[in-house]
Unconditional design. Sequence first.
Length: 353
Amino acid sequence: FFQVNLTMGIINELTESAKANPFSLPCVRSGDCAAPKGASDDGLVPYASGKYYALCGIGGMLSCGITHTAIVPLDLVKCRIQVNPEKYKGIVSGFRTTVAEEGFRALAKGWAPTAIGYSMQGLGKFGFYELFKNVYADAIGEELAYEWRTTLYLVSSASAEFFADMLLAPMEATKVRIQTSPGAPPTLRGCAPMIMKNEGMSGFFKGLPPLWMRQIPYTMMKFACFERTVELIYKYAVPKPRSECSKSEQLLVTFVAGYIAGVFCAVVSHPADTIVSKLNQDSSSSAGDIVKKLGFGGLWKGLAPRIIMIGTLTALQWFIYDSVKVAFKLPRPPPPEMPASLKAKLEAQGKAH
């Protein structure tokens, strides 16, 4: 509860700061991008309000918590392939070995810290992303926000993930220990006190730097690739404007764009994911030790299951997140369009030349 209150407090402070920003754009602040033109009161949550960011955070909490918990068996096998490739040689053999030695119940190991940790991470990831995207866009102005929109997505998502990983780290450390360390207690209530007793608070956060190495590039790719893929799908693949698409058609585009983004995310973040798994398995090693021990090829062990896992995961996360936006009546901005002022400038430059 302390983590939730802290996150909500930071969101509220930054929201008020954004409202007071001298570069704030009235058209962005009050604009209702999902409403028909001329509509003034359609029951939608005010865009860029504290309530808007809080509900985005709840949407992220549900999307990340549900999806990560649902794929715990695949995640368990992936982690074991990374930390013990001699024994767990692939997805199928990994499942077979795990079930043969520990039974089907072993496939659910780590579900509790996964559910809690990734729910907290999703809260920070999506809530802060929406917030930072507006704060940074207001700071640089409407025209630069459009011209540099990919950079805006990258910087906003990196900023959001920096804080989100602080919420995730303790449960991630506990989850990996449960899944990969033979002597570790098999439950959250047993493993977390053991880590605290033997290693103190540092045991929960020693994996935070490599977690940043894994999650920040992953999230930057996840949000920037998704945003630009959605833009391209509506521009080249959908035969009508988004405003004329039904909610189910829009959610289908969301799912497809999310899966494409997920594949890129898996590849970009996989080496750091391997380091995180090994660090949380072996408390005496450093990130540098692990890189030297595994070599370049070893860092890519388990990539195939992670592509399947992360592609599906990312697609479902965006689908759930967008569905929550629809359910909570949150504005869903359309693909970006060039501001009229920038069009006028470019036309004037063309005439001048």
